[in-house]
Design a binder for this molecule. Structure first.
Ligand SMILES: [Zn+2]
Length: 427
């Protein structure tokens, strides 16, 4: 479909009016400069219309004119492009003398609304540094643009139909944690809320933000075994089934296994040192391959050592692997039986970090079994998936010192925020 056909060529004015028609203003002239190469587009008021007061947005009489201001626009053909306009001051009968409303501007910022949204959309794909370099603007300008997109999106968020949420925490920096709340409905997974800390008051902020009615409509909450979270969930999500997440349990088991291995490695090393041996596991191969009766005295001691030490790591590993079967059960009754047996076995193993896991599972038994109730109704892998995405975003945002900037990044990338309707999208 042909939108416009000029006598010879399509004019810049025609194009601008197509992508960005500005009610009450006229694209007057444009120049292409060299060194630096850029396009400057001058605007003037439309004589037939009076300006609008920036306070009340009603038409008002002109008072005087201010100096020209420059507003960076979306680059045209890769050339940095500016709008240039000398704003009028108006004499509003209600508000007094004020600068007129400029529909393309963002307050005092030297960029146009279109350019800010343009930067914000690129910032979803590239780092802020890359965006600022690529489009000839400052890091600060990209930050402000993303912030604008996030504030707009958060203000226009549709919170209807949230019935499943996931609560997670991440270590951020210098002993600081962030609490994150995700929506994990099938078909709608997004970051809903980020807040500093991981105390009761952190998560409580989320429920206050969501409101009592919507909190009561939540049916499932996936969370860690972290006591402050459990307390707040029980109090605010009154109708929800709290599910202890498979992913969180797996993470704890891996940590326990790692502890066992590390402790064992240390023990091996110190025993070797005490005997004056250099490398712990070197030359141990034959101890394990030879028939025990054919070992020298020295090798026999070494084998005993390996078995007593290494076995813990191996046993812990096998126990962890065995627990995977738990999630395969269909019936929660049989799953519960399996879990109880597994816990007894672990307690007998006397492997300290694993014992801790067993005690933890026992004390949260009903919450863990809720997993079987939720399966098939909500997307149970969602928290893990979102957590991975989030960690990737944090890695890319290296150098963000304030939690405010970090929150802006996370909402921007994972919040699925709505955007205003534009007549034209530049990207
Ligand atoms: Zn006014």
């Amino acid at each position: 479909m042909v939108l416009s056909r000029g006598s010879m060529h399509l004019s810049l004015k025609k194009l601008l009016n197509h992508v960005e028609r500005l009610e009450g203003f006229v694209y007057e002239s444009s120049v292409l400069t060299s060194k630096p190469a850029m396009i400057e587009i001058r605007l003037r008021p439309d004589q037939r219309k009076s300006g609008k007061c920036s306070r009340c947005r009603r038409p008002a009489r002109g008072y005087d004119r201010l100096r020209e201001r420059r507003f960076q626009f979306v680059p045209l053909w890769g050339l940095t492009t500016y709008f240039i306009y000398a704003p009028r001051r108006l004499e509003c009968p209600r508000c007094g003398i004020h600068v007129e409303h400029l529909p393309w501007a963002l307050g005092k910022r030297p960029v146009t609304v279109s350019f800010a949204w343009f930067l914000a959309s690129w910032a979803k794909l590239l780092t802020w540094q890359e965006v600022s370099q690529r489009f000839g603007t400052s890091w600060e300008s990209v930050f402000r643009s993303v912030e604008m997109a996030v504030l707009w999106g958060r203000a226009h968020l549709n919170l209807a139909g949230i019935f499943a949420i996931g609560v997670d925490e991440i270590y951020w920096q210098k002993g600081q944690f962030l609490t994150l709340v995700y929506q994990i409905n099938d078909g709608m997974k997004r970051l809903l809320f980020v807040i500093e800390g991981r105390e009761e008051k952190s998560l409580r902020q989320f429920f206050i933000w969501l409101g009592e009615e919507r909190s009561a409509a939540i049916q499932f909450v996936c969370s860690d075994m972290w006591k402050p979270y459990l307390n707040v969930i029980a109090k605010h999500a009154v109708n929800a089934v709290n599910i202890l997440d498979r992913y969180h349990i797996a993470a704890k088991m891996n940590k326990a296994l790692d502890e066992v291995r590390a402790k064992e490695t240390r023990a091996l090393a110190s025993r070797a040192r005490a005997r004056g041996a250099k490398v712990v596991l070197k030359h141990s191969r034959w101890c394990l391959l030879k028939r025990p009766e054919r070992l020298t005295d020295h090798q026999a001691v070494k084998l005993k050592e390996l078995l007593s030490c290494n076995l813990q790591t191996i046993r812990a590993y096998l126990l962890k692997e065995e627990f995977q079967f738990f999630w395969e059960y269909v019936s929660p009754v049989w799953a519960a039986k399996f879990m109880d047996q597994w816990c007894r076995k672990v307690m007998r193993s006397r492997i300290d970090p694993m014992n801790k896991i067993a005690r933890m599972l026992r004390s949260h038994r009903p919450l863990i079994l809720n997993w079987f109730q939720a399966r098939g109704q909500i997307s149970l892998g969602a928290v893990e998936g979102l957590n991975n995405k989030l960690k990737a975003s944090i890695r890319k945002s290296y150098g963000f010192r304030t939690s405010y900037a970090m929150k802006i990044v996370l909402y921007h990338k994972l919040g699925r925020l709505p955007e205003p309707q534009f007549t034209h999208r530049f990207c």
